[in-house]
Design a binder for this molecule. Structure first.
Ligand code: NI
Length: 174
């Protein structure tokens, strides 16, 4: 397994639309998943999307650590060719970060409850309902597959800044 280099905001791979995986059993897809997991374990973080490691495929990994504000634990999961739908109109705004914008945080409105579908790494169907931080991380990671970084989702760019500066002022975690 290899630790992969993360693309940062401004790299064109982060602005494009990623392509469907279709067949997760392909050895290069399985190797990519292993390398993305190793990379996330090395860096730390809640999730990673394939375009962030310079691969334009519709594949994300994510997890919700125990004790994470507003969410139950979700073990590391792989989601391939995902479809995400809000379950209702309610949104929640909370600060989030991104490995492609190191050192920064922004307050981002996200749907409070979503349903997501796709395939796992064995090609088995995934069909889940998520809320809170779990719903947030799924929306954040799947946005990467459409070339969307979180600043594009922000309602108030006054709530965007460096972690060290915001720590004293921000009202919510996540
Ligand atoms: Ni991100």
């Amino acid at each position: 397994m290899s630790i992969l280099k993360i693309a940062r905001m401004g790299h064109p791979i982060l602005a494009g639309r990623a392509q469907a995986v279709i067949d997760p059993a392909r050895p290069e897809v399985q190797r990519l998943i292993d390398d993305m997991i190793a990379t996330l374990d090395d860096i730390g973080g809640a999730g990673l999307a394939a375009p962030q490691v310079h691969v334009p495929l519709r594949l994300v990994i994510f997890r919700v650590s125990p004790g994470r504000a507003g969410g139950e634990e979700v073990p590391l999961g792989v989601l391939i060719d995902p479809i995400v739908e809000p379950l209702d109109d309610e949104t929640q705004t909370a600060y989030e970060g991104c490995l492609s914008l190191p050192g920064l945080l922004g307050a981002v409105p996200r749907f409070a409850r979503v349903r997501y579908r796709g395939l796992d790494r064995d090609g088995e169907p995934v069909d889940q309902v998520a809320e809170g931080f779990h719903a947030r991380v799924v929306q954040h990671e799947c946005d990467h597959l459409d070339g969307i970084l979180y600043p594009k989702r922000m309602a108030d760019l006054g709530k965007f800044g460096f972690v060290e500066e915001l720590r004293q002022n921000r009202d919510e975690g996540g």
